[in-house]
Design a protein around this ligand. Structure first.
Ligand code: SF4
Length: 199
């Protein structure tokens, strides 16, 4: 979508922002490879965090040593790599977990294992970008949520009148077309729109 948007707008560089439901490592990497700056927050699905244990972000990665440092200051060293859902993952753990005083806050297993995708650095850089620009999520909210609110509340499209993909897709396209026309008329006026369409 980002690539299509860049083509449609006719620009070289582009920043894209999406909510956490769209967080997918491979897609974010594809943006990076295409020179598109992505802003997508991580989903909050950590079971460790939900259980009150240390989240993965409590473990600090050192690229030069290729190891993590845990909240107890121990080194989690690289152990093995495996392919999970087509992604090359590296696995790290420390041998000190069993004698660690923080273990109950860390893991119910013998060792706390931390996994790292081979392109994790791209995700980490995006996280730093998001921290530096917290307003990006507000921009998303006020630009992306607004059309849906307008479609539902002002234009009365509160539910679909058709069924099945083809019907719903056509209905949604008509709603979006109507919204876009209303918006353009608001910005450049009806006359301006007619002129632009005739050009
Ligand atoms: S349990 Fe292991 S990984 Fe967790 S804090 Fe202790 S030493 Fe570090």
């Amino acid at each position: 979508m980002a690539k299509q948007a860049r083509e449609a707008i006719g620009v070289e560089t582009l920043s894209v922002v999406a909510d956490r439901g769209y967080f997918k490592g491979e897609e974010i990497l594809a943006c990076y490879d295409a020179n598109v700056t992505a802003y997508v927050p991580k989903p909050m699905t950590s079971s460790a965090k939900a259980d009150g244990r240390f989240n993965k972000d409590a473990f600090v990665y050192d690229a030069t040593r290729n190891e993590y440092t845990c909240p107890a200051g121990e080194a989690l060293i690289w152990r093995f790599s495996s392919v999970e859902k087509g992604m090359n993952m590296h696995c790290y753990w420390s041998s000190k977990c069993q004698s660690c005083t923080l273990k109950s806050q860390c893991t119910p297993s013998t060792n706390r294992r931390v996994k790292r995708w081979e392109h994790e650095a791209v995700l980490e850089e995006m996280q730093r970008r998001l921290t530096r620009a917290p307003e990006m999520m507000k921009v998303r909210k006020r630009t992306v949520e607004h059309p849906f609110g307008t479609l539902k509340q002002w234009m009365g499209a509160t539910h679909f009148l058709t069924r099945k993909l083809n019907g719903v897709s056509a209905e949604m396209s008509l709603n979006v077309l109507a919204y876009n026309m209303k918006r353009v008329m608001k910005i450049i006026g009806t006359e301006g729109l007619l002129k632009a369409m005739a050009a």
